[in-house]
Design a protein around this ligand. Sequence first.
Ligand SMILES: *Cc1c(COP(=O)(O)O)cnc(C)c1O
Length: 416
Amino acid sequence: MPKINENFLKIPASYLFSEVARRVNEYKSANPNNNIIRMDIGDIKLPLPAAVVEAIKKAADEQLSVATFRGYGPEQGYEFLRETIRDNDFRARGIDIESDEIFISDGAKSDTGNIGDIFSTNNRVAITDPAYPVYVDTNAMAGRAGEINANGQWSNLIYLPCNFENGFTPALPGIKVDLIYLCYPNNPTGATLTRAQLAEWVAYARKSSAIILFDAAYEAFITEANVPHSIFEIDGAKEVAIEFRSFSKTAGFTGTRCGYTVIPKQVIARDECGNNIALNALWNRRQSTKFNGTAYIIQRAAEAVYSSEGKYQVKQLLDFYIENAKTIRNGLQRAGFTVFGGINAPYIWAKTPNNERSWDYFDYLLTEHNIVTTPGSGFGHCGEGYMRFSAFGKKEDTDEAIRRLIAMYRNSASMH
Ligand SMILES: *Cc1c(COP(=O)(O)O)cnc(C)c1O
């Protein structure tokens, strides 16, 4: 009999969003006529920009004729897209990134999950708590996380607590680490790092020979000037950082699937003999072996995000979500919640009113107010006592949810 990878058995069976779905479905079947509003979901509601759909149709038509049909493409992505990204996302911001430092993929989930392939299982890994679950789970699958305890924390991971006291920005690790996952603007807390704060992390990584795995999936939601869009805005980051980007939340690609990873040629790590190995070449080797490229049609769709119509239409999408986030943030405050985020991110992180546990408060909001949120504890131990509200919903639904929460607050106030 073949043996399985035992690491999979150590990971808690129920993925956060499956448990949310299970509880919602159970409530729905018992109460089929209730108007349930979903503010849990990380999936966007608005359709693709017209310029993107036009590009998809045009690229699809090309597949009808021998002259323009495309088969296997370059594993790293087509040059037309990599150059467009280089010019728009980097050079336009004064960042010197070459097109062969950009790897196109089917999204940031795959890349943040797969990047561990090129690192030894002996590395010590630091992860913020709370965090996007992919970082922890993929390290556990690789056998890099050790054993899990009753709090759901892994013995070999170094957790960087993000809490009320530190304003959801983590302190530098107290011990030597090799890899550091940072995600800013943050999912789930909506927190950001200023340019000065991120510079401290880069300086730390340089001093201690660590590599920062920087997830910038939400950079397009940044509204404040002192918040960096890319870690490569920071001097010296090109030697110590890998950056992940996604078209999902920016341009509605959650179902269309496209993202990219930037690995500058200067980023190095050591082999067993102490030789320096460039991670750009290693990732290229990994992708060429395990990945056959993102569909040509989809890469044309991603290219259209940077056309002048595309940029205008994406801005409309973002403005809508940013406005929604503001409505939720202000509404929750009026309803008496202590809130964070929602200014440079589509997520609002709210404290439960009386320190209720996240899942208890989830059940309360679901059954009493028919509002679905994501329990903060699902993102890590330090998320306990918080709820994540998403701004990706429809405006009518967002407004209605806020009405319900403010009414809840009035009722509870009149009881005292
Ligand atoms: C949504 C999300 C991603 C995944 O994006 P895809 O490109 O759709 O795979 C990556 N990182 C974070 C933090 C996210 O919230």
